[in-house]
Design a protein around this ligand. Structure first.
Ligand SMILES: [Zn+2]
Length: 423
């Protein structure tokens, strides 16, 4: 297995996807460790997909291991709001599309994601959720698959359909519909729904919030015309995130603080942010960062199938989307998702806020893990947690991504070392 990993890597060259598990990593700089690693050089073992204890110095690891010298090791990135990428959309409801997205994401440091629906017909939404359920089952029963490792699907995020007809953004207004507990129940039964973005002010939303919370599903404010008071009431009822803060919600006016005002001023709610510099001005990103801090800010991509593809015409939720100069728009100019990736999002956010990586790192991992209640498993580098790791170089570019102790992406093949080979 070890040899095969190295052979595959050298044959395919830099940027290839290597096969097989790694024994661990050695390095010097790490952020997001639950307990401070020993100063100076450290080693970290990976076993059975989990992180082992820190070890001082460069321990001889027998399996291939990753050399993180000159780089920074972080908890793997988590995207809670992503529709597609690499030409695929989760609404395609095919195994191939989920695989395409999952393999695209590891090139950008993402180790886990919530496949996000768009507002669509009942049958199309059910099909997309059922497809995720089937895919998750299949990947559990055949962990090796064809050998390539992608980001893990952590669940489904339903964006709509119970949103405000007045704030559809690029959600297809033809499919926006009143809140239905019967439909929501069917969606919950169809697959691993973990989040729902809804407008809390529409009739029947209260019942959905209650059902969702009872089922352990996170409720997210979004595509909403909620006033400040309505948003505060929703937060009081247990709504815990705002979807792409600033976009498709009531803005902050000094006498009408709106959903943005409620999100920025209430510590109980996490704020998702699309930091592509197109959806939100850098100054507004800085304000959000100051209000929410690194552990209440969730960078999201909101990426559509056009991410990672040449610019041109695409489709989202049965609406044409034109991608030009890095912006995705409907024909009427409305922004329609993004072609953002989380590594770029992090660099943009750091430059907008002026925060160094040591301060900013939670916005792509720990915040998401805490917001979703999975922080025991991911979001921190600690013994016993899943070995989901991202390695960045000094420019914030992804050098390697490890998913469950298996190398999923490697930019510089020389970093994969094997003591056995040297003997
Ligand atoms: Zn979206």
């Amino acid at each position: 297995m070890e040899k095969r990993a190295n052979e595959q890597d050298s044959r395919r060259g830099a940027g290839s996807v290597a096969i097989g598990g790694i024994g661990g990593l050695t390095g010097r700089t790490v952020f997001g460790a639950a307990a401070a690693p020993p100063g100076g050089a450290f080693s970290l073992t990976c076993e059975d997909g989990l992180i082992g204890p820190w070890q001082e110095g460069e321990v001889q690891l027998s399996k291939p291991y990753l050399d993180c010298s000159g780089c920074t090791l972080l908890p793997g990135f988590i995207d809670v709001h992503i529709h597609g990428s690499g030409g695929a959309d989760m609404m395609d409801a095919t195994r191939e599309s989920l695989e395409t997205i999952s393999r695209f994401l590891v090139r950008h440091g993402v180790t886990g994601f919530y496949a996000t629906t768009v507002t669509a017909s009942r049958s199309a939404t059910l099909a997309a959720v059922e497809n995720v359920a089937r895919y998750a089952d299949a990947s559990r029963s055949e962990p090796d698959g064809d050998g390539a490792v992608g980001a893990r699907i952590l669940g489904v995020h339903l964006e709509g359909p119970f949103i405000s007809p007045a704030h559809p953004g690029a959600q297809n207004p033809a499919y926006v519909r009143p809140a239905s507990t019967e439909e929501f129940e069917a969606l919950l039964a169809a697959g691993p729904v973990r989040m729902i973005t809804l407008a809390p002010e529409i009739p029947g939303a209260d019942a959905i919030v209650e059902m969702a919370l009872a089922a352990g599903v996170r409720v997210v404010l979004g595509h909403t015309g909620a006033t400040y008071e309505q948003a505060r009431a929703a937060i009081g009822a247990g709504v815990s995130q705002a979807t792409h803060t600033y976009n498709a919600m009531t803005g902050l006016h000094h006498r009408e603080p709106g959903t943005v005002g409620a999100t920025l001023s209430d510590d109980r709610i996490y704020a998702q942010l699309i930091s592509d510099g197109i959806h939100v001005h850098p100054a507004a990103m800085r304000i959000l960062g100051r209000c929410k801090g690194p552990t209440r800010t969730l960078l999201i991509s909101d990426a559509i199938r056009a991410a990672g593809m040449p610019e041109g015409r695409f489709e989202m939720g049965r609406l044409p989307v034109i991608v030009k100069d890095g912006a995705c728009r409907l024909e009427d100019g409305t922004l329609a998702g993004s072609v953002l990736t989380l590594d770029t999002a992090l660099r943009n956010f750091m430059s907008a806020t002026g925060w160094p990586l040591v301060q900013a790192w939670p916005v792509t991992s720990l915040s998401q893990a805490q917001a979703m209640g999975i922080e025991r498993e991911v979001g921190r580098i600690r013994a016993g947690a899943r070995a989901d790791l991202t390695m960045l170089d000094g420019e914030g570019q992804v050098v390697a991504t490890v998913v469950g102790g298996r190398l999923a992406y490697l930019r510089d093949s020389w970093r994969l070392r094997d003591n056995e080979d040297q003997e």
